[in-house]
Design a protein around this ligand. Structure first.
Ligand code: SAH
Length: 371
């Protein structure tokens, strides 16, 4: 940590323009030049910024910095997937994953150190929650991956898509996630279209309404069950925001989006949520709405009691959905040989939650019922 220097990474364009004007008496276009250097060219050092005046560079050096997290480890999967563990401070680490595919490259980023949502099938949940990432720590993941990857492509655009599907619940860190997304969308930032930035949520309903208004990116929702009884067990936040409330928020979100659809994620758990009648119940919920279903084979991790549904059961589940008018596809597992697949990101987390969300919600419901 560089004391007293302001970190320029992740500053929204207007704030940077203001800073440049007020602190350095420079014109707004200087802020735009700075952004190009920081994001497109991946510069971390003011001395290379050759189109800025020597004097301005010296001023920046004194008072500002471009500070990114350190890479602790990097792993490469046989399938080309890469995973970085990044240091957040002395004891904490988070993970970022790059998934190359023909014609696109997806960066899967984290929004929190750990996660407090307590989903029973997710390895991040087992680590507990420590803290929210700052805007700079969220944007820093993209900055680092862009630096590592840009020379692998002639146009420098190795990252074509960004998904908030790493560690953490992005809508629980709304305050920092939204400004980070603005940098992803800014043409002087990473210049991605709204459909190429996807926020995945376990279902924080009030924040879905807010997001619809403020930063309408692509939305993915972790559904995982067709009824409240089962979803209460798998995704505890369902006890606060049950399925009908969640779906109402989703259809509202899409209203604002014209012609796009919500991706519902559904992890396939053997003998838990993979029966044919559950596929039919799911189809009844989603049919006629702008929804796509993404079936995710469960990825195992140490200590889990779940197993993945067999391939044949996943195919049958998918076919039932498709026959009942709901588009369903199966997500191909990537990077599982380096524990980089969905739900396998564990990072390094010191749990600071006092009680698990599941237990907390059960207790508050019991109190409410006793009244
Ligand atoms: N907090 C966000 C992002 C989580 S990770 C959310 O809940 O959507 C992205 C997806 O991976 C989620 O749908 C999550 O439920 C799923 N997932 C979690 N653990 C998994 C596992 N072990 N195997 C497969 N998918 C998993």
């Amino acid at each position: 940590m560089i004391r007293d220097r302001i970190n320029l990474l992740g500053l929204p364009r207007q704030e940077l323009e203001l800073l440049v004007a007020e602190r350095f008496g420079a014109k707004p276009f200087r802020a735009r030049q700075l952004m190009k250097w920081i994001y497109r060219r991946g510069a971390a050092d003011f001395s290379v910024m050759s189109d800025l005046k020597q004097e301005f560079r010296a001023q920046l050096q004194e008072t500002a910095a471009i500070e990114v997290p350190d890479i602790v480890t990097e792993q490469r999967s046989a399938d080309g997937t890469r995973k970085w563990m990044l240091r957040m401070d002395e004891t904490q680490g988070i993970e970022t994953v790059y998934i190359p595919e023909p014609g696109r490259g997806t960066l899967c980023i984290s929004s929190q150190v750990g996660c407090a949502m307590d989903c029973s099938f997710c390895s991040t949940a087992q680590q507990g929650f420590n803290r929210n990432l700052s805007v700079a720590e969220i944007v820093g993941q993209v900055w680092l991956a862009h630096r590592e990857l840009k020379d692998t492509r002639p146009d420098g655009r190795a990252i074509t898509n960004i998904v908030f599907m790493g560690m953490g619940e992005p809508l629980a860190n709304y305050r920092n996630v939204v400004p980070a997304m603005r940098i992803f969308l800014d043409d002087l930032g990473y210049d991605l279209s709204r459909r190429r930035v996807t926020l995945s949520t376990s279902g924080l309903v009030p924040q879905i309404y807010k997001l619809a208004q403020e930063c309408n990116v692509a939305l993915a929702v972790s559904l995982h069950a067709p009824d409240d009884e089962l979803r209460n067990q798998l995704v505890p936040i369902n006890r606060r925001h049950p399925i009908d409330e969640l779906l109402a928020a989703c259809w509202h979100y899409i209203d604002k989006q014209n012609g796009r659809s919500i991706t519902f994620e559904y992890v396939m758990l053997d003998g838990v949520n993979d029966r044919p009648e559950q596929a039919r119940a799911l189809a009844r919920l989603l049919r006629g709405h702008p929804a796509k279903l993404n079936l995710i084979p469960f990825n195992v991790f140490p200590g889990t009691r779940y197993r993945s549904s067999p391939a044949a059961a996943i195919l049958e589940f998918r076919d039932i959905l498709n026959d009942h008018g709901v588009i369903a596809t199966t997500r191909r597992t990537r990077g599982d040989d380096i524990d980089a697949a969905c739900g396998q990101l564990a990072g390094r987390v010191t749990d600071r939650t006092q009680t698990r969300l599941g237990a907390k919600l059960a207790a508050s419901r019991a109190t409410a019922e006793a009244r």
